[in-house]
Write a protein that binds this ligand. Structure first.
Ligand code: NDP
Ligand code: 8X3
Length: 254
């Protein structure tokens, strides 16, 4: 029977790239995001190209009742989820603490912390029944080190880091692996979302860099799932060669 991967935030970036790499390795997919048109296109492409089954599960991770009822509504055959990629998330704004928009803060906390918790809890309950599973949480270098104007986004990723540690302890009795993946700057839709459609500012983040791509990150995530059953990568930080940590970069000057 094919394995099943459940990927939140599959309509763009890391989630979309993970959908491709897991499907190309024979996984059936449950794909989530809010943009249903993109889910449909992705499902069609993947089913056609890789001959695997795809279940679309659109919901907004911020809405507690939608998360739990959607995951509860998954058909029984699909509930034996082998891998969860708890990836849906965003940054909104990059502003000094005293000048930042409280609404941006609320959305980041509701998505990156509360939504992440809801999905993690609902899926870990399914994995606990089977005494197996692998949860991959998307943290960030921003959850390892705080940078100027990163305030609440960094805090949400520090939360992912600490919740991942807690999950690893609390889910130990169910044999569930928990891996926290912490990428540095990656060229996805992340910055265009963060800067609310301001393309020059979004592009500026990658000035003088050859940043990670979504595919680079997906490849590392997939690798973490290929290890023997008794081996777990608990925490993995990756960046492009020109980035040392959340703050220090070696940008080309030309
Ligand atoms: P993208 O903007 O390219 O993709 C984000 C995905 O999250 C989209 O599919 C979006 O789907 C989904 N999403 C956002 N909000 C919600 C929501 N409320 N409910 C359901 N889905 C949602 O960003 P990335 O792929 O780069 O980011 C993925 C994760 O990786 C995030 O958690 C981010 O914080 C983290 N990260 C990103 C880095 C980067 O530099 N790019 C580096 C380190 C970590 P839709 O809009 O359709 O709902
Ligand atoms: C995204 C990477 O450095 O923009 O988490 O915070 S960074």
């Amino acid at each position: 029977m094919p394995k099943i991967a459940f990927i939140t935030g599959a309509t763009a970036g890391f989630g979309k790239a993970c959908s491709t790499i897991f499907a190309s390795n024979g996984y059936d997919l449950i794909i989530n995001g809010r943009r249903t048109d993109r889910l449909q296109i992705l499902a069609d492409e993947i089913e056609q190209r890789y001959n695997v089954a795809v279940l679309q599960l659109p919901f907004d991770v911020q809405i507690e009742k939608d998360v739990f009822s959607s995951i509860d509504s998954i058909p029984p055959d699909w509930k034996s989820i082998d891998v969860l990629i708890n990836n849906a998330g965003l940054a909104l704004g990059r502003d000094y603490f005293d000048e930042a928009d409280v609404n941006d803060w609320n959305i980041m906390i509701d998505t990156n912390v509360k939504g992440f918790l809801y999905v993690g809890k609902a899926v870990s309950q399914l994995m606990a029944v089977r005494k197996q599973g692998h949860i991959i949480n998307l943290g960030s270098v921003a959850g390892k080190q705080v940078y100027e104007k990163g305030n609440v986004y960094c805090a949400t990723k520090y939360a992912v880091d600490s919740i991942s540690q807690s999950m690893r302890i609390d889910l130990l009795r169910h044999n569930i692996k928990v891996t926290s993946i912490n990428p540095g700057a990656a060229d996805t839709e992340f910055s265009i979302v963060r800067f609310k459609g301001d393309e020059p500012t979004a592009k500026g983040i990658y000035n003088g860099l050859k940043p990670l791509t979504a595919e680079d990150v997906a490849e590392v995530i997939y690798y973490c799932t290929t290890l023997p059953a008794h081996v777990c990568i608990n925490d993995l930080t990756l960046s492009c060669l020109q980035q040392a940590n959340a703050i220090y970069f070696n940008r080309d000057k030309n």
